[in-house]
Write a protein that binds this ligand. Structure first.
Ligand SMILES: Cc1ncc(COP(=O)(O)O)c(C=O)c1O
Length: 380
């Protein structure tokens, strides 16, 4: 897209989210929805109670634009303990309406026309519209089916125009958990070419193999990294719309302006619920991980008994699978599956600039009996 296009013209160029479309189709055909990433793990009672109590005690008005102070302090503590990065809660952390807003605000605040943003594909579908609305140019580097980044390709794709590398680990939809070598490689690229990193760490607590590493914690990366996270998936509160962005003050200033003039603040009572989420003990995360690990292993083993070839994720709760044996493309396959078998999945091409027609994405954040029923419909 050229950099002289208006916002309205850019929006006209967007296609509708295929993920959300598959959810509508799942409803229409009364299908088991393995498309959109709704977490099935039950929201912790103490988190629910805190949000309800906050409503009852009249915490129903705008919060401070940057987020309730208590929540920013809690997030700063979590970032220090879990991510090993120090941020000043007053100036360097902003609570947003989900991490989706944080991604959009980061792009609108930091990107100039023609700036390039390196995105790994397959990608979370909000990235490209965010870069485009910010008048930037997305440039793509592909993660292979065996979950490797192509270092030579990354080196070729970055240059004088590259402003940002967007890193999502654990990665949706491949489930790749970026290794220390990957992160060190990306760090060197950022330092050599004076590039910023925007990291999307939504699934940081969902790691089955490997460990979660935050790029901002690596030497010399703190002052060039914008770290994004959210509460939606790990605490099963996607509808509460609470996420955050953390960045050094100079990078945060334009991001805060975008946030201020778009959403004003995240929902106040749910910010208090999020404070409680960050009080949960380690056993909460262990149990959640065990629950999703079982679902992952079941889906993987079940799909392997079919003509569908699954790729085992190391993190998050999605599984890509190759469907080329069926002799149809991803959209036809997903369409027939939802109508004929009443199981909804997402066509792979929705995660690619080009390609993905031989892939579909399953989301395994579903109760085991629903996963079992879905697999029996696939005649596993
Ligand atoms: C990688 C990734 N980032 C961000 C989001 C957005 O999450 P939210 O806006 O609910 O925080 C999602 C949702 O699916 C995601 O998969």
């Amino acid at each position: 897209m050229g950099d002289t296009l208006s916002g309205a013209e850019r929006v006209k160029g967007f296609s509708e989210s295929m993920i959300r479309e598959m959810t509508r189709k799942a409803k229409k055909y009364d299908a088991i929805n393995l498309s959109q990433g709704y977490p099935d793990y039950p929201t912790h009672e103490s988190v629910l109670k805190k949000a309800k109590d906050s409503v009852d005690s009249q915490l129903n008005q705008y919060s401070i634009t940057w987020g309730e102070e208590e929540l920013r302090e809690k997030i700063a503590g979590k970032l220090k303990d879990f991510n090993e990065v120090d941020y000043d809660a007053e100036f360097e952390i902003t609570v947003t309406c989900g991490s989706s807003e944080a991604i959009m605000a980061a792009m609108l605040g930091l990107i100039e026309p023609k700036d390039e943003v390196l995105i790994f594909q397959p990608f979370y579908e909000n990235y490209v519209p965010a870069v485009s609305l910010a008048s930037g140019r997305p440039v793509f580097s592909t993660i292979s089916e065996d979950q490797k980044i192509d270092r030579e390709d990354v080196k070729e794709k970055v240059g004088d125009d590259t402003k940002v590398i967007l890193v999502n680990t654990p990665h949706n939809p491949t489930g790749k958990v970026f290794t220390e070598k990957d992160i060190r490689f990306l760090r060197d690229i950022c330092l050599d070419h004076d590039i910023l990193a925007v990291t999307d760490e939504m699934y940081e607590r969902m790691v089955y193999e490997g460990e979660h590493l935050s790029l901002a914690s690596f030497e010399d990366m703190w002052d060039r990294t914008v770290s994004i996270g959210g509460f939606s998936k790990v605490y099963s509160i996607t509808g509460w719309r609470v996420g955050y962005v953390a960045a050094p003050k100079d990078l945060m200033e334009p991001i805060r302006k975008v946030h201020d003039y778009t959403t004003v603040c995240a929902p106040t009572p749910f910010q208090h619920g999020a404070v409680e989420a960050l009080n949960l003990p380690e056993s909460y995360y262990e149990n959640m991980l065990e629950y999703y690990r079982k679902a992952r292993d079941f889906l993987y083993e079940s799909l392997k008994k079919t003509e569908i070839e699954p790729f085992k994720p190391q993190g998050a709760y999605y599984m890509l699978a190759n469907i080329s044996e069926y002799g149809m493309n991803d959209k036809e396959f997903a369409d027939r599956l939802v109508k004929e078998k009443r199981v909804a999945v997402v066509p792979g091409s929705s995660f690619y600039d080009e390609g993905g027609e031989d892939l579909v994405r399953f989301c395994f954040s579903q109760e085991m009996d629903l996963l079992e029923e879905a697999m029996s419909r696939l005649k596993v």
